[in-house]
Design a protein around this ligand. Sequence first.
Ligand code: ZN
Length: 190
Amino acid sequence: MQNKIVVYTGPMFSGKTTALLGAYERATIAHKKVLAFKPKLDNRFGDNVIKSRKFGEVQAISITNLKDLLKYDVDVYIIDEFQFLEGDINVLLDLVDNKGKTLYVSGLDMTAERKPFGLMPELLSIADSVTKFIAVCHDCDEEKAIYSYYLGKKDTDIVVGNTEYIPLCRSCMKKRLKADKEHEEKFKDR
Ligand SMILES: [Zn+2]
């Protein structure tokens, strides 16, 4: 499990974090030096942990920029919510190609506006392996959701752990967006 970049991506509620913590557990079993990282946001959930129902909690170091990873010398880097990190993607190539490190990374591939999210496109293109997870669609219950739809105000970024997001498939997203537009136009006319 050396010298590679493994990425788990997809919408919210698709099991990315569970896959990531599975990798954390395997690295621990293999007696690797492993650390977990997550973006430093405004800590609205209080603690620096990565959580999943299956694996419980893992302590995570808060970072803002990819170069912060260089302060830590471990065999395996576990990184959650990658879409919120800033910096130069070459830092990851340096870790893997020059230092022989292994990186397991998870993150949202798209914003709520269905745009590529942060550095995710760059990460996906340099990865050794990418798994794109799908979620169960909130509206039709089919296992084909690729979007994270925000139920609240539309002009803000995705907030980690926010329960106001639902996973949607393409056709249900289309219906929601159409309804949003109609709603918006109704209010404009008033
Ligand atoms: Zn659907």
